[in-house]
Design a protein around this ligand. Structure first.
Ligand code: NAD
Length: 471
């Protein structure tokens, strides 16, 4: 795979200039590939290419720009199995999840831009002025490893629809699917320089990109820690920035809810992608009056989660992305045991008969103290905290007792009651009684979960700036 030593700049694969790095397969702990990173010079070249491509791309009709996105979606669907296999190799996501979510979801997001294009209002009369919206320009897009292609598409699709050009710096933890994705970009014939790929470490290549004078806007998804640093740099430069950061989302199950349905969906959500999901409902808030029933249901659901080889179709939980991630998750589990929470399932030891691979058993604690580390900090692994609430008010208070506010859920037999509770929850997105993902709905954080929104017209608006033409 020659492109692993290359970057995609100005419509061509060019040799990277930085260090070599091994990509380790989480399931086997073996080297899966060696890649070559970019350096600051590569960032310069990529930004120059994106700047040069900007005038023609921003002048291309929106309908034409969306056609490229649809072609890319078709390319992703055709390469679905290959992409899912690469994602299983690089970060351990089960192959079934890979096909449906890691590849299927970004393909749907790309396709949703046909609707977005119809709804987007690029010009409007306001009193005696015409207000127009123009592309912000060259976007630095920086993405994490947890849903590698979904995170890339969440930036690329709206940026390209808006008429911006892009330099992408993906995570070094899971780069293999990204190279294949860029071959798809090449195949659809996108004009050169519109999208460029520079791999590299965050502190070096990522920061060089964020600070680059040729960049007009930064779009970041990742940890709150890195987001804070990027936000600080952007503030210094007075450069627009969107931040999609961590979460500790609450699944509020009210006393009149269909408990089996709420718990089945809640467990599936919390353990999706081995819990490495920013929007995961990692706090399950259950009525104290139904605590025992809830614990029994959760235990049964978790026992049915098959942990194993991500390339086996029956696997629900694969390994974590890295040894460091596993060590961090194990520390949280040991800490929660030391804090005296009730261990309902799992634990920090390796799953039986799995001496190799960075696996963690799906782990659940009940009677968790809402102020504890387990209830407050993002674990980013297969660990669920159950917290009991006396009544609706206390459930809402617990849900909002968080530095984060990314996603969440509420369950009640009374839909009006569920909506009232949803309105009181301080979070950017909330599912009522097990709703489905909607690629047109805005996604993003309240509080320290971020600044800005992705998806739908709201997502595209982030990449536009407003001009008033006074008449
Ligand atoms: P991370 O912050 O370590 O890295 C994310 C990306 O930022 C990587 O490409 C990394 O190289 C780069 N980076 C790191 N420091 C940087 C710096 N100082 N300057 C420029 N770039 C820098 O996060 P991760 O471990 O890859 O991903 C996990 C985190 O991402 C979790 O906290 C998770 O909640 C969050 N996340 C959020 C969302 C969301 O939409 N809100 C989605 C997925 C993941």
């Amino acid at each position: 795979m020659t492109e692993y030593a290359h970057l995609y700049i100005d419509g061509a694969w060019v040799p990277a200039s930085g260090d070599f790095l091994d990509v380790i397969e989480p399931a086997t702990e073996q080297v899966a590939a060696t890649i070559r990173l970019g350096d600051e010079g590569d960032v310069d070249r990529a930004v120059a290419a994106a700047r040069a491509a900007l005038p023609a791309w921003s002048a291309t009709p929106l309908s034409r720009r969306v056609e490229y996105l649809l072609a890319l979606a078709a390319g992703m669907r055709a390469a679905r199995d290959e992409l899912a296999d690469l994602i299983a190799t690089e970060m351990g996501a089960p192959i079934g999840l890979g096909r449906a979510v890691h590849v299927g979801l970004p393909a749907s997001v790309l396709e949703s831009h046909a609707d977005v294009a119809r709804e987007l209002e690029l010009e409007r009369r306001v009193g005696t002025s015409i207000v127009t919206k123009e592309p912000r320009g060259v976007v630095a897009a920086i993405t994490p490893w947890n849903y590698p292609l979904h995170q890339i598409v969440a930036k690329l699709a709206p940026a390209l629809a808006a008429g911006c050009t892009v330099v992408l710096k993906p995570s070094v933890e899971a780069p293999l699917s990204t190279y294949r994705f860029f071959r798809l970009l090449e195949e659809i014939g996108l004009p050169r320089g519109v999208v460029n790929l520079v791999t590299g470490r965050g502190r070096e290549v990522g920061e060089a990109l964020v600070r680059h004078p040729g960049v007009d806007m930064v779009s970041f998804t990742g940890s709150t820690e890195a987001g804070r640093r990027i936000g600080t740099i952007a503030a210094d430069l007075v450069r627009p920035v969107t931040l999609e950061l961590g979460g500790k989302s609450a699944n509020v199950i009210l006393d009149d809810a269909d408990l089996p349905a709420a718990i089945q969906a809640g467990v599936a959500n919390a353990f999706l992608n081995a819990g490495q999901t920013c929007s995961a409902w990692t706090r399950m808030i259950v009525p104290a009056s139904r605590r025992d029933e809830a614990v029994d249901l959760v235990r049964a659901e978790v026992a049915a989660l098959a942990v194993g080889d991500p390339k086996d179709r029956s696997t629900r939980i694969g390994p974590l992305v890295s040894e460091a991630q596993r060590a961090s998750v194990r520390r949280y589990i040991d800490g929660a045991i030391a804090d005296g929470h009730t261990l309902v399932a799992g634990g920090s030891t390796a799953p039986d008969d799995m001496p190799r691979g960075w696996y963690v058993r799906p782990t659940v604690f009940a009677d968790v103290d809402r102020a504890s580390a387990l209830a407050q900090e993002e674990v980013f692994g297969p660990v669920l905290a159950m917290i009991s609430a006396r009544d609706e008010d206390e459930a809402v208070a617990i849900a909002n007792d968080s530095a984060f506010g990314l996603a969440g859920a509420v369950w009640s037999a009374d839909e009006d009651r569920a909506h009232r509770v949803a309105a009181r929850m301080q979070t950017g997105q909330i599912d009522v009684n097990g709703a489905r993902f909607n690629p047109l709905a805005p996604f993003g954080g309240y509080k320290q979960s971020g600044i800005g929104r992705e998806f739908g017209t709201y997502g595209v608006e982030e990449y536009l700036q407003v001009k008033s033409v006074q008449l």
